[in-house]
Design a protein around this ligand. Structure first.
Ligand code: PMP
Length: 395
């Protein structure tokens, strides 16, 4: 069969190969990127689903507006307003996960050969989605404080990209948090170079101790001209449930109307049943307590993982312990002549029945073979200690 030429820009992810090994009995996996299902508020959703069918029996089961279901949009606006980023109804649309928001941005913005800049490392699905639309994906380096803005500016000036894609808060896979100062600088760059900056923010609510700095969206009101060059992708996946497949896209009006047009041709509307259930859930006001619980559990697991890593792997790895989100991003230092290839380390670790993800695929350019990602979200403290102990043995 002759497939479309755009597929030549894509390859199935190297990570998938590793995931095939995860079925081994007894394996402890830090490889996934899923939230812990034990923390889903099942009772809350059961009630919300009944409530949704009572409040909106027709609308919840009918086709709906491409822009999103009104009562859910009201609730998303409240969530955003609580984080100093007020939204009017026509500032955003509901999407089928934030993943669809990213796809719509790619579809509306990227012509074959266009350049886009992403963080090195960044969310793998975004690299692949932008490549599918023919983008040349350029990597901007990060450190423990997120993207290095001076280098980002140099890359923007050199390549004049169609867009810059960032995960400023608790990045996947980096776990890094962009400082307030750098956030302001990014917005200045957006306005100065008239380059669309896409803020992907699925993890911002999962902070452990103190809240992160305001999102680029919230700060854009203070940086003249930046709002015209900013898109923001939100998601209910990590705070409520990824099974809902609910996210949203805030974008300049012209981009938003093109995104609505493309969405019409794609899924017509995001599941009205899921939207109505989420709206009823948010109305019930159970979310703050549920998210607090997630934060508390993840904070405990992250701190256990940091301690275990220091204890079991010592100088063999370097990392910045994250202050929120779901991930540790580590680098093999090669101390005392040790291993520096995370791919080989991952293979040996699987033999010891522990899994994590080698980091190279997360780089659009210049992969660092010494890096790897670990998630603490789905393992209890005992598993974290035991898994990291096995990693020590494998190393
Ligand atoms: N962006 C990032 C950085 C992610 O990590 C994920 C999910 N792993 C997504 C977007 C997609 O999330 P959603 O479930 O909202 O589509």
């Amino acid at each position: 069969m002759q497939f479309a030429s755009r597929l030549q820009n894509c390859e199935t992810s190297a990570i998938r190969e590793l995931f095939k090994l995860l079925g081994k009995p007894g394996i402890i996996s830090f490889a996934g990127g899923f939230p812990d299902p034990a923390l889903f508020d099942v009772e809350g959703f059961r009630a919300a689903s009944t409530d949704a069918l009572q409040q909106w029996p027709g609308a919840a089961l009918q086709y709906g507006a491409t822009e999103g279901f009104g009562p859910l949009k009201e609730q998303i606006a409240i969530l955003s307003n609580n984080k100093s980023a007020p939204l009017a109804e026509d500032d955003f649309i509901v999407t089928t996960g934030s993943q669809q928001a990213l796809d719509l941005i790619g579809k509306c913005m990227i012509s074959p050969g266009d350049k886009v800049i992403v963080e090195g490392p960044t969310f793998l699905a975004t690299i692949q989605c932008f490549r599918l639309y023919g983008a040349e994906v350029i990597s901007a380096p990060i450190d423990g404080d997120g993207v290095q803005v001076d280098k980002l500016e140099a890359l923007i000036a050199e390549h004049k990209p169609k867009l810059v894609y960032l995960i400023p808060t608790f990045g996947n896979p980096s776990g890094a948090m962009l400082t307030l100062e750098r956030r302001k600088r990014v917005l200045e760059l957006a306005a100065q170079y008239q380059t669309l900056v896409v803020e992907d923010d699925p993890y911002g609510d999962l902070f452990f101790d103190a809240p992160p700095p305001p999102s680029l969206l919230a700060l854009s009101n203070d940086v003249p001209g930046s709002r015209d060059w900013l898109a923001h992708c939100g998601s209910l996946s990590k705070i409520m449930s990824p099974g809902l497949r609910l996210g949203w896209l805030v974008a300049p009006k012209a981009l938003l109307s093109n995104a609505v047009m493309c969405k019409q041709f794609s899924d017509a509307n995001t599941s009205t049943y899921a939207q109505a259930t989420a709206a009823a859930y948010l109305q019930s006001n159970r979310l703050p307590q549920a998210v607090n619980q997630v934060r508390r559990v993840y904070a405990e697991r992250a701190s256990c993982m940091a301690e275990s890593l220091h204890r079991e792997l010592g100088e063999a790895v370097s990392f910045h312990a994250p202050s929120g989100g779901m991930f540790f991003w580590l680098r093999l230092t090669g101390a005392n002549g040790g291993e520096t290839d995370a791919g080989k380390f991952a293979q040996r670790a699987v033999e010891k029945l522990v899994a994590f993800v080698p980091g190279a695929p997360f780089f659009a350019q210049q992969p660092d073979p010494a890096c790897f990602r670990m998630s603490f979200a789905t393992s209890d403290l005992e598993k974290i200690e035991e898994g990291v102990r096995r990693m020590g043995q494998a190393l």
